[in-house]
Design a protein around this ligand. Structure first.
Ligand code: DGJ
Length: 740
C-alpha cells in the first residue's frame, strides 16, 4: 500500500488526500467538526488555513456559551438543528422525552485500511482505499453517529455515509439522516442537475444558486426520472474543459433528497441522502441505522473532467466486476417487434431473423407468462403461458440456444396485477394502507418488498426459471411509482420506515439472485430510466436508459446521463420508424448511431421491418459486433452540443481507435461550416480515417479540428464530405491510430 492517504494532527485536524483532491476538517475546541478544505490536492493538508473567523454576529446566538462562536457561519461536517445553526440540518429527530434538539460533538476517531461495506445496502467496493471513521456523540440523547469517509489511491471520488447507534435505554426517532453534508465557502456557483419524465429522462438544467434552498428529491419510491440523484455545484460559467465542480450522487434507488442552501453568510451547504419527507426511523436501544452512501467528486477542470472521474470510478467500484471487460452481446428484443403478441412460433421466427441479421441474443420481453396478453393481468404469476408457450421457457431457451443464440428474458418482479393468482392468494402482500383503495399504475400494484415472505416468493419464482441454465440475460423492469406506501408486515408506528425497508428488501433479493447467477447479465429498467442510479447499477452491469427509441429524443437522454454514467452501463437498440413514442421518421443509420457508444446494442423490430431494411441492419449489427470490445472501458467525450448539433467522441480503451459521431438535427439552406476539436489524442501520432484512408496528425485533429460533413440542400460538389440531405442526418468517423 503506498503512502497513507489519511493523516491526523495532534490538535485533531483530519486530512484525506490523494493525487486528485484533498479533504480537510478538524474538531474545533467546542467539539464541532469544522470543514476546512475540499478541492485540489495539498502537499501539506494538515496546515490549511481556516477561513472561518470567530466574530461577533449581530442576532446570531453563540454555540453553548462559546465567545463569538456560532454555528450559523461555521462550515460543518454533519450539522444538527437547535443550537445556533438555522440551515437545514443533516440530522434531526426526537428522543423519548419529545426533545428535538440534537448536538453532536467529536468523541473519537479510527482509521481502517480499505473500506467497510454498508450493512444491507449497496456501496462502492474498496481496494487501495482507506477509511476514516469519526465518532460523534450526543451524551444527552445517548446517540452516537459514525461518519465514514473513504478515499482511494487512484480515484477522485470521496465516499461518505453515516451510522447511527442508540447507546441509551430509550428509543430515538430519526427524521433526518443524511448521508453527507458539504459546507462549501462563499463563491459564485451554479447548480447543474437533471430532470425529466417517462421517455424524456436526463434533461440538464443549470441555474444560479438561489439565496435560499434548492431541492431535488423523490417521494415516489424510486430514485425516478423526475430528478436524478445528482447535483453538481459549479463555478459559474463552467464548460466542458473549464471550471471547478463539486458533484454529488448517491448509491441508492429509493426516496432521496439533495439540497443546496445558500446561508445568510453566503456559504453553500449541500446535503445528500434519504428524503426526510415522510421518513421516520425508530432506533431502539443498542440498534444501528446506516444511511446509504453518498459519493463526491471534485473536478478542477470542467464537465469533461468530472465525467471522466465518475466514469472511471463507476466502472471499477460500482459495476459488478465479473462483467468489467466483457463485451456485451448484440440482441433482438421482442418488445417493439411484437409487444404482447408473442408465442413460441413467433419467438422462434424472430430468433431466425436474429441469426439472419447477425446478432448474438434473442430477448423475450413482456408477455410470456400465464394469461399475459396485455398490461391488465398476470404480473406475479411467473410461469410460462400454457397456450402460447406450451413447452415452457426452459425448452424454448434450449431451442434458441441450439440455434447458436444467447437467450434473455423479461421480468417485472416487484409488481402484481389484481388479476393474477398471486394477488388472489395474497392480497395483503401489496403496499397498501387499510381503508384506502390502492391506486393502480399501468393496472398494477406494488408488492411489499419490506416483507421477507414476498422476497422468498419472488426468489423462488425467478429461480425456477433461471435454474434451467439456459438464461444468459434478464431484463428487470419496474413500471410504476409507489402509492399508499404502507405495509401489513410492519407495526403501526413503523409505517414511515416502509419505503426504506422496501429498498433493503429489493437489494436483498438482487444480491441473492446475482450471487446465485453471477454469469447472467442483468439489465436494470424502470419504464426506461425511472430508476437509473448507482444502487441498481451495483447489481446490474447495464440499464435500459429510456423507452425513447427515437434517435433525436435519445441523443439528449444519453448525453445528459453521460455526465455521470459511463456508456458501458447503457443499452440502446434500433427501434421502429415511424417511432412509436413520437412518430418521427428517421434512417436506420441515425437510429443506430444515436446509441453507437452504448455497450449493449441491438434491434427491436418486427420481421417486416427487418425485411424492409435488411442490408442496412446487417451492416450496422456487424459494426456493433465488430466494435463491441471497444465499447467497454473507453473514453467518452462530448464535443459539440447546441440546439441543432451533437458531436460525441469515443476512444477505445487501448487507444487504437477513435470514433466521432456527428448528428445534424434539422436541415437548413446555406449552413455554416462546422468543425469538431477532438480531444485526448496522442498529438504526435497519425490517425487514419477508415472511410477514405486520409491521415491526420493527432495535434491537428485536436487544435485545428475535423471538418464535420456538410448538410447540403443544394448542389453537391466533389471533395466535400456531405451528409444525407434533409433532417436527422448523422455520420460516424472511425480513425485508426497509426504506429508512432
Ligand atoms: C417498459 C420497458 O421500458 C419496455 O422496454 C418494455 O420492457 C415494457 N416495459 C414491457 O412491458
Amino acid at each position: 500500500m503506498p503512502a497513507t492517504m489519511i493523516t491526523v494532527s495532534k490538535d485533531k485536524v483530519f486530512a484525506l488526500s490523494n493525487s486528485k483532491f484533498s479533504y480537510v476538517f478538524r474538531a474545533s475546541p467546542e467539539g464541532i467538526l469544522e470543514h476546512l478544505h475540499y478541492g485540489g490536492p495539498l502537499s501539506d493538508p494538515l496546515n490549511v488555513v481556516s477561513h472561518h473567523i470567530r466574530t461577533q454576529r449581530e442576532v446570531a446566538s453563540t454555540f453553548q456559551g462559546g465567545r463569538y462562536f456560532n454555528l450559523s457561519d461555521t462550515p460543518q461536517e454533519y450539522p444538527s438543528f437547535g443550537t445556533s445553526d438555522y440551515r437545514f440540518p443533516a440530522v434531526h429527530g426526537r428522543n423519548a422525552d419529545g426533545n428535538t434538539v440534537f448536538s453532536l460533538t467529536y468523541k473519537s476517531y479510527s482509521i481502517v485500511k480499505d473500506k467497510p461495506r454498508l450493512k444491507k445496502l449497496p456501496s462502492a467496493r474498496g481496494g487501495d482505499s482507506e477509511t476514516l471513521i469519526i465518532t460523534l456523540h450526543d451524551p444527552l440523547h445517548k446517540l452516537e453517529v459514525d461518519l465514514l469517509y473513504t478515499i482511494y489511491q487512484d480515484y477522485g471520488v470521496l465516499a461518505r455515509s453515516a451510522r447511527f447507534k442508540n447507546k441509551g435505554e430509550q428509543e430515538i426517532q430519526i427524521q433526518h439522516a443524511f448521508s453527507s453534508a458539504l459546507d462549501l465557502p462563499q463563491a459564485d456557483y451554479e447548480i447543474m442537475h437533471m430532470h425529466g419524465t417517462w421517455a424524456r429522462e436526463f434533461n440538464v438544467e443549470r441555474i444560479d444558486v438561489p439565496k435560499s434552498r434548492f431541492v431535488v428529491d423523490s417521494a415516489r419510491g424510486t430514485s425516478s426520472a423526475a430528478h436524478s440523484p445528482f447535483i453538481a455545484l459549479m463555478e459559474k460559467g463552467t464548460t466542458e474543459d473549464h471550471g471547478r465542480i463539486y458533484a454529488t450522487t448517491l448509491v441508492y434507488s429509493g426516496n432521496f433528497a439533495m439540497s443546496v442552501e445558500r446561508g445568510e453568510f453566503e456559504d453553500v451547504r449541500v446535503l445528500a441522502g434519504i428524503n426526510p419527507f415522510n421518513f421516520h426511523w425508530r432506533l431502539k436501544p443498542s440498534k444501528t441505522f446506516c444511511t446509504p452512501e453518498a459519493l463526491h467528486v471534485f473536478a478542477p477542470n470542467g464537465l469533461r473532467n468530472m465525467s471522466h472521474l465518475w466514469h472511471d470510478f463507476i466502472r471499477e467500484k460500482i459495476s459488478p466486476p465479473q462483467f468489467k471487460n466483457i463485451a456485451r452481446p448484440t440482441y433482438l428484443n421482442t418488445w417493439e417487434a411484437a409487444y404482447f403478441d408473442v408465442n413460441e412460433d413467433k419467438v422462434l421466427t424472430l430468433a431466425d431473423k436474429a441469426l439472419e441479421i447477425g446478432v448474438d441474443m434473442l430477448v423475450l420481453d413482456d408477455g410470456w407468462f400465464e394469461g399475459r396478453r396485455d398490461d391488465t393481468s398476470s404480473l406475479g404469476d411467473w410461469r410460462a403461458d400454457k397456450d402460447r408457450f406450451a413447452s415452457g421457457i426452459p425448452a424454448l431457451a434450449a431451442k434458441i440456444k441450439a440455434k447458436g443464440l444467447k437467450f434473455g428474458i423479461w421480468f417485472e418482479p416487484e409488481m402484481v396485477n389484481p388479476k393474477s393468482q398471486l394477488y388472489q392468494d395474497h392480497p395483503d402482500w401489496i403496499l397498501h394502507v387499510p381503508g384506502r383503495t390502492p391506486s393502480l399504475g399501468r393496472n398494477q400494484l406494488t408488492l411489499d418488498l419490506s416483507r421477507d415472505e414476498v422476497i422468498d416468493y419472488l426468489f423462488g419464482q425467478i429461480d425456477d426459471i433461471l435454474s434451467c441454465g439456459d438464461i444468459d440475460y434478464v431484463k428487470w423492469d419496474m413500471n410504476r411509482n409507489m402509492t399508499e406506501v404502507g405495509s401489513a408486515g410492519q407495526s403501526r408506528n413503523r409505517q414511515r420506515e416502509v419505503s426504506h425497508r422496501y429498498m433493503i428488501g429489493l437489494y436483498k433479493l438482487l444480491k441473492k439472485l446475482t450471487k446465485k447467477y453471477p454469469h447472467i447479465l442483468f439489465e436494470n429498467c424502470a419504464s426506461g430510466g425511472n430508476r437509473f442510479d448507482l444502487g441498481m447499477l451495483s447489481y446490474m452491469p447495464q440499464g435500459w436508459i429510456s423507452d425513447m427509441c427515437d434517435p433525436i429524443g435519445r441523443l439528449s437522454i444519453i448525453g445528459g446521463a453521460s455526465y455521470i454514467y459511463p456508456l458501458d452501463v447503457m443499452a440502446a437498440y434500433i427501434g421502429p420508424s415511424p417511432n412509436h413514442q413520437n412518430g418521427r421518421i428517421s434512417s436506420v443509420q441515425t437510429r443506430f448511431l444515436a446509441g453507437v457508444f452504448t455497450a449493449a446494442r441491438g434491434v427491436s423490430l418486427s420481421e417486416a421491418e427487418i425485411e424492409a431494411h435488411k442490408d442496412e441492419i446487417i451492416h450496422f449489427m456487424k459494426l456493433a459486433k465488430d466494435t463491441a470490445d471497444d465499447m467497454i472501458g473507453g473514453r467518452f467525450n462530448r464535443l459539440i452540443l447546441n440546439h441543432n448539433e451533437v458531436c460525441w467522441q469515443y476512444i477505445s480503451a487501448d487507444n487504437s481507435t477513435v470514433y466521432v459521431a456527428y448528428f445534424h438535427i434539422l436541415s437548413a439552406p446555406n449552413l455554416p461550416f462546422r468543425r469538431a476539436y477532438l480531444t485526448g489524442l496522442d498529438p504526435h501520432c497519425e490517425y487514419m480515417l477508415v472511410e477514405d484512408g486520409s491521415r491526420y496528425r493527432g495535434d491537428a485533429l485536436m487544435h485545428n479540428g475535423m471538418p464535420m460533413p456538410y448538410v447540403s440542400t443544394g448542389h453537391v460538389r466533389e471533395n466535400t464530405r456531405y451528409m444525407a440531405k434533409g433532417d436527422f442526418s448523422s455520420h460516424l468517423f472511425i480513425f485508426k491510430k497509426a504506429a508512432p
